[in-house]
Design a protein around this ligand. Sequence first.
Ligand code: ACO
Length: 427
Amino acid sequence: MSKTATLEFDGKKYEFPVTVGTENEIGIDIKKLRGEAGLITLDPGYKNTGSCESAITFLDGEKGILRYRGYAIEDLAEKADFLEVAYLLIFGELPTKEQLSKFTNDIKEQSHVDEEMKKILDGFPKSAHPMGVLASLTSALIAFNPSSVDVSSEEDMYKAIVKILGKFPVLAAWTLRKKNSLPLNYGDEDLGYVENLHKMMFEKPNKTYKVDKAVIDALDKLLILHADHEQNCSTSTVRMVGSSHAGLFASLSAGISALWGPLHGGANQAVIEMLERIKEDGGDTHKFMQKAKDKEDPFRLMGFGHRVYKNFDPRAKIIKKSADEVLGQLGVEDPVLDIAKGLEKEALEDDYFVKRKLYPNVDFYSGIIYRALGIPVEMFTVMFALGRLPGWIAQWREMRLKKEPIGRPRQIYVGESHREFKPLGSR
Ligand code: ACO
């Protein structure tokens, strides 16, 4: 294979090196394009732009493959737990027993926040969306942890990482407690990470906390499936903000805001709302399929389609199976599961969806499980953020360790050319 790519423009030829990844993905390295040819590339939505070289997550959208640090998502979801996966993503290797035990204990040591944070939470109206509250509280953490991370010190970096992994579930759980008018609490260090999170979310002041193991196992799996997804919108946001050397917590807060949008993590909430709407409308999936295909109608089939997957999203496959199992184990019957399956069947046989390679994505079935686990709809995207946290951290760490330059895209200006200024009186 040629090691260079040639661009011909205006009678001149320019050579650019190509970079080949471990899985044979090829990128034309255009770092010198503007310097040599005075040109830039134009790629709204970065559909064809590689923003970095990364060794964290590999996905092949055509074949439906997703791997964290080389390990198949199917194996990790089946055989590992969330903190093992977090360690793997952030530090590159599966932890030994000793490493995992230290990591877990260090996170536990940090699983509390400054009491003053309660006052900030108190200032939000109860109607505030938990994602907005979570982004604000994560940002507020900076005020209580003002010293920025010295990225040249592994120890400093490690401390910041266990700090946020410890404190984030407390803040996430509190956004729900605030909504439900429950007293703010702390977890129990004898519990595992995911059970502790669940306890902080749902413990009632007048009841002994108990939870079905099937609930914790399902939650653990969901968090693993969401833990990283290479250069998606929120991750790119984290890397972009971090590239200005803003700190880890500030970068994460920006990532949470990016995740909130319904075209990204917010889709899990939008899917359940859509399925409910179809149910209330009489359950006619065909009618909504027609709406989704009608270009005059803004309705889209939420939970369908993906920027990268042009085949089944492997996470959706695992989650669909899990939805059946969890609902069975918990004895929950949810009529929207049938609507979801009906929609999926119709879409997979429909020319419009087949031609555009639109398959169910991770969010199509996750909301159904969250609901069966008793998680309110407005918390769905918060659950996604809890899962994505290790991925954001890993990507931020990689970006800082590689000393990547500040992110600063170019543009093609299409506005007015120079105009003479007219004083107010003569306009
Ligand atoms: N329903 C109906 N039509 C769709 C859908 C959908 N869900 N998704 C894409 N299309 C159509 C588009 O209208 C477009 O049609 P056209 O070629 O005739 O113009 C074509 O498929 C390509 O769609 P784009 O929007 O150009 O694809 P893009 O890669 O920009 O968007 C996205 C991907 C945002 C995920 C899109 O498929 C979508 O909006 N899906 C619904 C929201 C959703 O589920 N988001 C979650 C994504 S997963 C995640 O972030 C965790």
